[in-house]
Design a protein around this ligand. Structure first.
Ligand code: NAD
Length: 505
């Protein structure tokens, strides 16, 4: 492995042709010399060359993170000092907001407004944890006289953090911010389709004063780099966001050394419109719920349940507005939907639509690859509404991860709760009603980590994000996340006036 420049982490242009691994505070080339290309999915054109990590690079990164954790100063800093560094990371990101947004759009094809919102949230995540860590502390507990017991929170250690392609920068922030706030060292493995903003974020961490070895990035195939990190005996925790099958595989591997594991996995979130809902608000919220980020969201409200009394009225407006959504240059302010991440993902989406049609469903809107002027070689799919579906259909049961919603009607609350819960997943859900009693009742009965009531959003810094059932476990984006990056140590002392002799010998 060779060091690229003598100066350890010189500040480079964020947008460039070439991105390195980041290990022990240095930009590194891969030990094999191999690279891979990452693309702009809106145009299909190559965006940059990325160093491809190997098992040897994983080993170097784990040793760097281990050394930084065991022998370094980061976890020993007063918490206020760590907090200041996190705020500095946010400050640098704010000052380079436009560049970060541009880079995120170029690598993911997402729309300007989506990228702006997500980069801003990534910044706010660092600010949130800069504050939250200061208040994260142990307790003094009630114990018999003469004894004294306190608990303290200590960082879990070296964390492997494996992230997906749908929110590249935000997912990197969700992982890095709480981990380093807690005093851990991390090795990030970004998705190969979208590695650049996680690499840049690690560079910013160094610029802000994070010591060498605390934030490392090893890009490369999940089957090599991700797999090795999930098994490595010197990794203490694996935090994974991605698909449910990969999450199961990682959990199995991590169990061999009893690593701490948190999993943020797939979803098939129900969106329930009751007969007393504000229909216009529900239509707008449902459009956003499924088509935001071109449907490539784990909490996409992809199963739409509409009360039969308002079905026609709701659907007329929903269809009309869906037809008004624009696909186009992701950098244009008016663009609602960006591209699909890859040709493979586009084919997966189309396969689900075709399977629904074969099983007897009706494509009411969309249902095809879209052609976007000026972006003919990119990957685009029409916003799609499918009706005439049954609960057994593949497109109703499985996560499609694209701009496709399946629509069903219902006649009563009990029935719709049963259908909403008829899923292996339990990540997001939404309810639209003016009846607060009903909202509370249904929220209590839904098996999901998140319930949105008359609300199209679910994730602000501070709101717990995570799933029930096969959507995984652990919560991110909130104060409780800090518990998942720390161990609780109980210290008990005796100050009694008489010596204790429990054996009485
Ligand atoms: P994926 O599971 O294919 O990949 C996720 C990451 O895991 C990538 O970095 C990949 O390289 C790596 N990986 C792949 N195989 C691996 C292996 N065997 N061992 C270790 N690492 C491996 O998922 P994706 O296609 O990148 O992302 C889409 C999925 O992510 C969807 O299912 C979506 O619902 C889920 N997701 C969940 C949340 C959440 O918070 N619950 C958020 C975003 C995305």
């Amino acid at each position: 492995m060779s060091t690229v420049k003598e100066e350890k982490m010189p500040i480079l242009e964020m947008k460039r042709d070439y991105y390195h691994l980041i290990i022990n505070g240095e930009r590194m080339e891969s030990s094999s010399g191999e690279t891979f290309t990452t693309y702009n999915p809106a145009t299909g054109e190559p965006l940059a060359t990325i160093q491809q990590g190997t098992l040897e690079d994983v080993e170097k990164a784990v040793q760097a993170a281990r050394n930084a954790f065991d022998n370094g100063k980061w976890k020993r800093y007063p918490v206020g000092k760590r907090s200041r560094v996190l705020n500095k990371i946010a400050e640098i990101m704010r000052s380079r907001f436009k560049e970060l947004v541009e880079l995120e759009i170029l690598n993911s094809g997402k729309s300007l407004s989506a990228a702006q919102g997500q980069v801003m949230q990534a910044i706010e995540d660092f600010e949130f944890y800069a504050g939250a860590i200061v208040g994260h502390r142990g307790h003094v507990n009630n114990v018999p006289g003469g004894f004294f017991n306190y608990t303290q929170k200590e960082p879990v250690g070296v964390c492997a953090q494996i992230i997906p392609w749908n929110y590249p920068m935000m997912m990197a922030a969700w992982k890095i911010a709480p981990a380093i706030a807690s005093g851990c060292s991390v090795i990030i493995k970004p998705a190969s389709l979208t590695p650049v903003t996680a690499i840049v974020m690690a560079e910013i961490c160094h610029e802000a004063g994070v010591p060498d070895g605390v934030v490392n990035v090893v890009s490369g195939p999940g089957s090599v780099v991700g797999d090795a990190l999930a098994q490595h005996p010197q990794v203490d925790k694996v935090a994974f966001t991605g698909s449910t099958p990969t999450g199961k595989d990682i959990m199995e591997k991590a169990s061999k050394t009893l690593k701490r594991v948190t999993l943020e996995l797939g979803g098939k979130s129900p969106n329930i419109i009751f007969e007393d809902a504000d229909i216009d608000a529900a239509v707008d919220g449902s459009l956003f719920g499924i088509f935001y980020n071109t449907g490539q969201s784990c909490e996409a409200r992809s199963r739409l349940y509409i009360h039969e009394d308002i079905y026609d009225k709701f659907m007329d407006k929903f269809v009309e507005k869906t037809k008004k959504l624009t696909l186009g240059n992701p950098f244009d302010k008016g663009t609602h939907l960006g591209s699909i991440i890859s040709r493979e993902q586009l084919e997966v989406i189309d396969g689900y639509v075709r399977s629904a049609v074969e099983e007897g469903a009706h494509v009411l809107v969309g249902g095809r690859e879209a052609k976007v002027e000026g972006f003919e070689n990119g990957y685009w799919y029409e916003p799609t509404i499918i009706t005439n579906v049954t609960p057994e259909m593949k497109a109703v049961k499985e996560e499609i991860f694209g701009p496709v919603v399946v629509v069903m009607s219902f006649s009563n609350e009990k029935e719709v709760i049963k259908e909403a819960n008829n899923s292996i997943y339990g990540l997001g859900s939404a309810i639209w009603t003016k009846d607060q009693g009903r909202a509370t009742r249904v929220a209590n009965e839904i098996d999901a980590g998140i319930v949105m009531v008359n609300c199209p959003f679910s994730a602000f810094p501070g709101t717990p994000f995570g799933g029930y059932k096969q959507s995984g476990f652990g919560r991110e984006l909130c104060i409780e996340t800090l518990d998942l990056y720390t161990e609780t140590k109980s210290v008990i002392s005796y100050y009694g006036s008489r010596p204790i002799n429990p054996f009485g010998v």
